[in-house]
Design a protein around this ligand. Structure first.
Ligand SMILES: [Fe+2]
Length: 311
């Protein structure tokens, strides 16, 4: 059975922004010339911290037209290191300047002992870990003065000591702390394939009122595993999970992630446009595109940062 909803309003009371894409340098010229042509943009927060160059100019132009969401990759909410207060101050300052609809990051750790792995690493999912992360989420929310929104990560290994499924960990974390959830349906698809569980069951068990955003993306087939590469069209299995999530939540903001082999802006918009059809049950079949996508594999975090720094 789904977990109790208590009195949480849908999306924690945050708006449904509609359909958006990541704001990426290869599309800046198109966006400045023809306008956003999407309902909202997500930015990688780190690429706009202390950045007052051309990228910030573009951001200010689009922020005057459509809502912006800040998506970070450096919070390391699961790390055993103390929270990085300098980073949190930078996030808070950026948020004060661009006034995002919300701020998100990932349920992961990115390093320990001051070493940065530049990857979004999975956590052991047990009671001690849940207490640890919940305490840090409360600290971050108090510091930022708003709910933190956390994304389910993609993963390729699991900890033997984990004592609960990821959906239970995220659900309890959200209900204990009041945080929001960014449901990446591609990551659920990737993990369900890699770890052998039912992706639809995972989505059904989450506390749906806490879900404020969905991520869509296309993974890469790499032998027996799926890798979260953000470099391909959204496969039919992910569109089906998307439709399920939109049905269960009653409608939340959705964003297409495409961070490597980035297509021209019109092609990106065409892929995003399939979302409305998927919500009506008309599922696009990108299986053939996926089957030919096996190629060079790199870390998702690397893609985020490389894409945002590309000329
Ligand atoms: Fe994502």
């Amino acid at each position: 059975m789904p977990r109790a909803m208590h009195d949480v309003p849908p999306r924690l009371g945050l708006p449904n922004l509609g359909l958006g894409v990541g704001l990426r340098p290869p599309h800046y010229a198109d966006i400045l010339r023809h306008g956003p042509q999407v309902d909202w943009f997500e930015i990688i927060s780190e690429n706009f911290i202390d950045n007052h160059g051309y990228a910030r100019h573009v951001l200010e132009q689009v922020a005057a037209q459509v809502p912006i969401v800040m998506h970070g990759v450096s919070l390391s909410i699961g790390s055993s290191d103390p929270l990085n207060l300098a980073y949190l101050r930078q996030l808070r300052q950026l948020a004060g300047e661009i006034r995002p609809a919300w701020i998100s990051d990932h349920l992961c750790w990115t390093g320990a002992a001051s070493l940065n792995s530049h990857d979004l690493l999975p956590l052991p999912l047990d009671e001690a870990s849940l207490r640890h992360v919940a305490g840090r989420v409360r600290q971050v929310q108090e510091f930022l003065g708003r709910p933190l929104v956390l994304e389910n990560p993609s993963s390729y290994v699991e900890f033997a000591q984990s004592s609960m499924p990821e959906w239970e960990f995220l659900g309890r974390l959200a209900e204990d702390t009041g945080c929001g959830l960014l449901l990446d349906v591609n990551n659920v698809h990737v993990c369900a394939h890699n770890h052998g569980y039912d992706a639809a069951h995972y989505i059904r068990q989450l506390p749906h009122a806490h879900i404020v955003q969905i991520h869509l993306a296309g993974p890469t087939v790499c032998g027996a595993v799926l890798i979260d590469t953000h470099d391909a069209p959204v496969p039919a299995a992910v569109w089906r999970l998307y439709a399920l999530a939109q049905q269960l939540t009653g409608g939340v903001s959705a964003l297409l992630e495409w961070d490597a082999d980035i297509p021209p802006y019109p092609q990106l918009l065409a892929e995003l446009g399939k979302a409305r059809a998927a919500e009506r049950g008309e599922i696009a079949d990108a299986a053939s595109a996926m089957a030919g996508a096996a190629g060079a594999v790199s870390a998702p975090l690397g893609f985020h940062l490389e894409a945002a720094h590309a000329p």
